[in-house]
Write a protein that binds this ligand. Sequence first.
Ligand SMILES: [Zn+2]
Length: 326
Amino acid sequence: MAVYATAMTDPASRIDWEFETLERCPLCQNGRFTEVFDGDIRAVPLTFVRCAWCSLIFQNPRLSRRALEQYFSSRTFIEDSSASDYDLERPLGYHDYADWDASYKATASLRLKRIMRHKPAPARLLEIGTATGSFLDVARGFGYTVRGIDVSTLFADMARRKYGLDIDSHFIEDAPLPPAAYDIVCNFGGISCWRDPVRALRNIRQSLAPDGIFVINFSDVDGPIGRLYGRRYPEFNHASLSVFSSATIARTLEAAGFRMIFSETERQYASIGRIVTYLKSPIGRWLANRLRLEKVTIPVVAVGTVFAACVPADGQPTTPSPLDNA
Ligand SMILES: [Zn+2]
């Protein structure tokens, strides 16, 4: 990896937009890629390539580890709408994550009802990417013993203060997870942000009890939103280091020694403001504002987002991970 640029600095959030270049695909280590997205978001460069061998789409160059630590802990990432140059079409982070906490809690209940079918409480549950802590707070109410990890120190502080939760800040690839300690590990919308998904998943797998489950959701670039939006696909952003499809997520899980036992389209509760913001619709935002519907929360079938449960597969992982020897 080569760090080749330390360029623009956002004075409001003090992010050094420092990039590193990957010479090889993070999933299969092939060195040949084709460019699928090249541009910038508010002057910060953004490029995605597709691996010629395994088809994984990944950001390259991408933010360095140090830049990611700053970025995920910045106000830009959590409340981009407060920036003076905020642009709905060209977001550098969440519009205002905390503003939609009520809808996250309703979604948490939906997810927990699905999880309970596989692993009822009481059980030990770890969430990776806890954000404001709303899911863990609801999970605790369902009778689970909960703990969390979020690389964002700002999010971790918010969750501790708001809900008194135990949250550690680590990159999941090298988080010191105790072996065989959890019955459930879950991650919602986070695997695309991991620097080395295979290494991260192996770390999770060793921390699961032998009959534990790993629960995940991800946006499928081959789904309807990806096909409809093309280059405007919302997952083409600086936080997404990989943009998965059903095929590439299956390869990634297999490489880490996981087997999917259940999958279906994600169901969520979302505020109308959040939906029109995600879909980058200025007219929708104007209408939602005008009709005071911004915070009205409705159940939605999240077309193109997959909710899945996985278990450790028999046998050994099949693909070596590029950072294993780093
Ligand atoms: Zn590849």
